[in-house]
Every structure is written in structure tokens, then in C-alpha cells.
Design a protein around this ligand. Sequence first.
Ligand code: NAD
Ligand code: GLY
Length: 352
Amino acid sequence: MIEVKINSQEITYPINIESEAVADFRERILSYIGKKNYLVIISQKVEKIYGKIFGFDKSHKFILKDGEKEKNFKNYQKILERALEMKLKRSDVIIAIGGGVVGDLAGFAASTYMRGIDFIQVPTTLLACVDSSVGGKTAIDTSFGKNLVGTFYQPKAVLINPKILKTLDDRQFKTGLGEVVKYSFIEKSCLLEEEVNLTNFLSEKSKEILNRDEKTLAKLIEICIKLKKSVVEKDEKEAGLRRILNFGHTYGHAIEKITNYKKFTHGEAIVEGMKFAFNLALKKNLIDKSYKFLAEDVIKKYNFCKIPEYNMKKMSEIMKTDKKVQSDKIVFILPTDYSKVDAFEINSDELI
Ligand code: NAD
Ligand code: GLY
């Protein structure tokens, strides 16, 4: 078993990566709970595929329909009411089984139920394994925008089984790979003491990764978690360094917004955002052509979908309304050297 410990300001929690039989996964989850009462928030699709094998009783389950639109106030309220009906105490547990949507929503509910109840994350998408289950961000979406209501709330444990990623559809697997590729371009800025050279790993192991070889995935997830750990332990509440995790996200979010979150997955949009950032960095002489070509080669290996160019005036208007924008200038995380990035403020006029 691989274990990575995350030291947050309040608690230290383990992230365990183990490819045991899926049928044993329930025991592993419950071993963290002991005799406590618990409510499992599980994604509908995951319930369909694994519900019987996991064998959680109906009385302990809240099945969440799939899709980003379910990460909303209504479901937040329903989860809290269900926990109240079950008479869950402050010492009991909420368990999230699913992708980032389930993890963010269940985590937000856990952080506010009786001012905070224990929370266990069981991420079942690649994106949730490498990103959303690490670092304690929880959120729901509002009609004003995504993730605008939320908390920083750390789970008690995160349990990962790479076997479960086998049933992800290709697009969902690739969306996680988008975030994985991101880590390779920010590796040195993550200030991890050991060198993991993710860019090499991604270049050498692309076949195994795309075939979802369990051992390779376990190693890949471990590397990404170590990189994210290194960032969030230094800057838990995103006062500075944590911003580098948004590499590719400024332009990527604008793509998601201009297409009404319907056309492209988050990871697909982020990959396009990274390509945009590499072009911008080259224009600003922050990097040379050879690094841009190397980065494009890594991206090509994973065959992400093509995204058209959108009107830059409209895109910059959208980027200006991002919740992270503090002035008229748009903050971009741009590459500055091999696997290094930094934050830059850019005028929308300059962009256009
Ligand atoms: P998702 O949660 O919508 O899951 C994608 C789809 O895959 C769903 O239909 C789900 O049911 C299905 N699925 C999940 N596991 C499966 C499996 N093992 N086999 C088959 N199907 C499976 O999407 P996501 O990409 O995991 O997460 C996106 C969300 O994460 C967004 O809401 C985003 O804002 C959030 N997020 C949060 C953080 C954070 O730090 N908290 C970071 C990044 C993203
Ligand atoms: N996904 C970005 C962060 O956790 O900060």
C-alpha cells in the first residue's frame, strides 16, 4: 500500500492508494469508521456499477444524480436533512464516493453539519484522485458562478483504489489526465524536496497510463498527490503559492463558461488553457521555442480533443469576471522555465 500523509493546519490525514479487490473496498472504508454511524454520499453512476459489490445498506446511502449541476444548494440541503433524519451525531461520519462533484458537495455538507462532522473521501475519478480529494477545498455552485460557496475542510482520510478507474469513460479519464499533465509543467514550482520528474514519467509511460495499468496509475497518482501536498502544506488557504495549481485555468475556465459548461470537460478546457499559456509565455519571451515544443509533445501523447479559438474580446471579458481577479488585470500563471511557472498580471487590451 502507498501512503502519503497530508499535514494541514488542523490535522494530519492519510491518503492511501491500494489496488485490492473492489469487493474488499467496503471493509477498508469501514475500518476507518469503527462503530460510528455514517452516511455515504455516492454518485448514481458509481452506485450502478459498484453498489452491489460495495454492499452499503440503503439506510446509509444518499445517491446523487450525476453532473456538475447537481453540486447545488438543493442537494446540499437534502444531504443535511437526511443526516438530521438519521440523527447523525457530531462524532459520526460522512463518506463521499465518486468524482469531484460528490467530493466537493459532501465535503461542504460535512464541514457545516453540526459545525463539522468527520469526512472520508473515496475518489473514483482520476481528477478526484489527483486533485479534488487533496487539499480540503469544498464547494457548491450558484447561479452566479461555480464554486462560489464553500469551505476549507480537511477529510479524516482519503482512500483510493486505482482498479475503480477502469470503468471511467475515456473522456472522464482524459479530463483527469489534463490535471496530471498540468502537474508536470509546474513540478519545480511545487517545491517538492525529492525530484519526481513527472514530464519524463508521462513521456515514457504514456502507453501504460492510457491502458490504465494499475501499478502505473498508482505511481502516477502518488506523484501528483505528493506535488499537490507540497503546495497545499505551504499555502493551505491560497494566499500565494497555491495559485500555481491554476496553471491553464484562467483561459480554461473561460472556455468552459463561453460554452456553457456543456461542450468540453474541465480537463479538456484546462489543456487548451495550458497551450494558450505556453503561447503567451513565448510571446512575452518568458520561455524559448524548444520548451514550448517539448510541452506540446507531452500534450500530444495523450491525444486530447481539439478546441476551437474563441473571440478574444469575449474571452477576456469572461476572464475579467473570474472570482480570482482583483483588478482590471487578468492573472495568468505562465511557464517561465522547464517545469516552472509564475503569476503575471496582464491587461485585457494587451491580450486582444
Ligand atoms: P464528476 O464528479 O462529475 O464525475 C464525472 C463522471 O464520472 C460522473 O458522471 C460520475 O458519476 C462518473 N464516475 C465517477 N467515478 C466513476 C467510475 N469509477 N467509473 C465510471 N464512472 C465514474 O467529475 P470530476 O471530474 O471527478 O470532478 C469535477 C468537479 O471537481 C468539479 O465540480 C470541480 O469544480 C471539482 N474540483 C474540485 C477541486 C477541489 O480542490 N476541491 C479541484 C478540482 C476540481
Ligand atoms: N484545484 C486547485 C486547488 O486545489 O487549489
